[in-house]
Write a protein that binds this ligand. Structure first.
Ligand code: PMP
Length: 351
């Protein structure tokens, strides 16, 4: 027996549940994009691998410059992190002490409650609407003088629902400007609704808005762990302060730079997924499933108590989906062939 004890509150910390990997099964559990790295990206990865005896550029200089040029931003407003999930944690570390609250809709990205608790701040979860969308009026009402940070995920993971420009602006008008609103746009590249807000523009217009995007989804680099934040200069500087030195590795930085140059090819995959999400949703609706309209690369099936059974049924068809017990199942929209295998499983599930 040891006298060394972890923090007592960690006993109540839920673990992040990663999408399962089962040999031979189709993985539709983590909203990844199918297809390995493009030849140009693989080449950049190979070249970067020759340098791994050196520490990476801890300031991610080249990538920051490239992003700044692409986005029309100043490099000082950009922070790079080991995936946007790490930037969520850095944001809380940079802004919150133990008395402060972090407000977020729920259900939303699984990591929000985890990173909030890890940092030691308080959390307030705001239920979604009956239509599985973020209820921004309720989120605004949950903001109190102790609130330092609000996460708003659009399209929302796992429900896929989008926030519209006008409702977002009304919400931002209602939130005090000493509260940082982080627009998590992990699925931004999949959005095609003309009424979608662009977090980048909003972050430029409002002093208390930051935007998070990632290379994990549309850019296909989930395994390399790299994402970015655009925030007011002093907030981006604070994110860089709490950043663990050298944590974004050299290969990830090189792959991200190469991926920015390969957007045309990468976004062709995105285009197919956008067509497929309409087909997958339509077929599910025709089968009698309730499926909210989605602007991401996944669909949400609010199956309630049947979510786990659905998960098991899909597994028996060698399809891995992501079930949230008692709530629903999230299924990544992938290639037409993989989607067909999933749809066959969905067809034979008795509800
Ligand atoms: N935000 C949302 C809404 C997500 O769904 C995810 C990944 N599942 C992330 C952030 C984190 O992505 P990453 O850390 O891979 O950039």
């Amino acid at each position: 027996m040891t006298n060394v004890q972890p923090r007592a509150d960690l006993a109540t910390l839920p673990s992040y549940v990663p999408g399962r990997v089962i040999p031979g099964a189709i993985k539709l559990a983590s909203n990844e994009v199918a297809g390995g790295p493009l030849p140009s990206v693989a080449k950049a990865i190979g070249q970067a691998a020759a340098e791994i005896h050196r520490y990476p550029d801890t300031g991610c200089g080249e990538l920051t410059e490239r992003l700044a040029a692409k986005l029309g931003e100043s490099p000082e407003r950009i922070a790079i992190g080991c995936g946007s999930v790490t930037l969520c944690q850095q944001m809380i570390q940079a802004l919150c002490t133990e008395q402060d609250t972090v407000v977020f809709p729920w259900r939303s990205f699984e990591a929000y409650p985890i990173v909030t608790q890890v940092v030691g701040a308080q959390q307030v979860r705001v239920p979604l609407t009956p239509g599985h969308a973020i209820d921004l009026d309720a989120v605004a009402a949950a903001v109190t003088p102790t609130t330092r940070l609000v996460f708003v995920c659009t399209p929302n993971n796992p429900t896929g629902t989008l926030i519209r420009k006008q409702e977002l602006n009304r919400f931002l008008d209602a939130v005090p400007t000493n509260v940082m609103v982080v627009l998590d746009e992990a699925y931004w590249e999949f959005v095609d609704d003309a009424d979608a807000p662009n977090g980048l523009e909003i972050a430029r217009e409002r002093e208390n808005v930051a935007m998070l995007r990632t290379f994990s989804k549309a850019y296909g680099l989930a395994g390399l762990r790299i994402g970015y934040c655009v925030a007011p200069e002093h907030v981006a500087a604070a994110l860089r302060k709490v950043y663990i030195p050298f944590s974004v590795n050299h290969i990830a930085q090189a792959a991200a730079v190469a991926s920015l140059e390969a957007e045309d090819e990468l976004f062709e995959r995105v285009r197919v997924i956008k067509d497929e999400r309409i087909r997958v949703r339509d077929e599910l609706l025709a089968l009698g499933y309730d499926v909210p309209e989605t602007q991401a690369n996944f669909v949400w099936l609010p199956l309630g108590e049947r979510a786990v059974a659905f998960n098991e049924h899909c597994l028996s068809h060698k399809v891995i989906v992501r079930a949230f017990a008692g709530d629903g199942a999230r299924v990544t929209v992938s290639t037409p062939e993989e989607n067909d295998v999933f749809l066959a499983a969905a067809r034979s599930f008795s509800r």
